[in-house]
Write a protein that binds this ligand. Structure first.
Ligand code: SF4
Length: 218
């Protein structure tokens, strides 16, 4: 049902691993439209590659960071750290380097970048085709928990692990299925199954949602 509801859900994120790392670090607590606009400006004025970022004047970076959420100076440092890591560990071409590595080492390299923990690494590995593996973001995880599709753990990482295992156990799961699951669960969490005040009366899953039995738990 969610697949039909969000059948037109396009992915706004870039298609490359380096692009997704930048996307996740381009701003703080900003929506996807703002993130896309800032990344486009960044690509035009600075260049979305490690060498260009490393050579960019601090003033240019700060000018963009001032419109990218709180603590702009932290943004600038993260952008420079991303460039430095990509130059040092990937000779300036993160995607080419990742493609040459075994999956576990590729994921470990991704997790060296700011803002990329296991969920981010899984997402990048899946959407760049580095490995067919399930991935879920915080919006999707919240949706899965509320729908009873996985059990809540004692920590975020335990809940995330349970969600990944639930997705992995789907018999027909392949790359396209994992990508679609990521997109629709995320979009449902962003639009209806919001963190605070979910819009249950507008949700097509309302009658079957276990949250109705547990009202007040979220
Ligand atoms: S009924 Fe409410 S809690 Fe359940 S999936 Fe829909 S929005 Fe989320």
């Amino acid at each position: 049902m969610l697949s039909k509801l969000y059948s037109g859900a396009a992915r706004a994120e870039p298609a490359t691993a380096f692009g997704i790392v930048l996307w996740k670090n381009i701003g703080y607590l900003i929506d996807d439209d703002r993130r896309a606009a800032l990344l486009a400006e960044f690509a035009t004025r600075v260049g979305a590659n490690p060498a260009a970022i490393a050579a960019a004047p601090r003033g240019t970076l700060m000018d963009i960071a001032m419109r990218a959420g709180m603590r702009p100076q932290d943004r600038v440092e993260k952008w420079r750290e991303i460039a430095s890591l990509a130059l040092e560990h990937a000779n300036g071409d993160l995607d080419a380097t990742l493609r040459k590595l075994p999956a576990a080492k590729a994921a470990a390299l991704l997790k060296a970048f700011p803002g990329i923990a296991q969920p981010g690494a899984d997402e990048i590995m899946l959407f760049t085709g580095l490995e067919v593996r399930p991935a879920i973001d915080s919006n999707g995880l919240r949706t899965m928990l509320r729908l009873g599709l996985c059990k809540e753990g004692a920590s975020y990482s335990a809940s995330y692990k349970a969600a990944i295992e639930a997705l992995q156990s789907q018999p027909k799961a392949n790359r396209a299925w994992f990508e679609r699951a990521f997109r629709v669960l995320r979009q449902h969490g962003q639009t209806l199954c919001k963190r605070t005040a979910p819009k249950c009366t507008a949700c097509p899953l309302e009658t079957d949602c276990p949250r109705l039995l547990l009202k007040g738990s979220y």
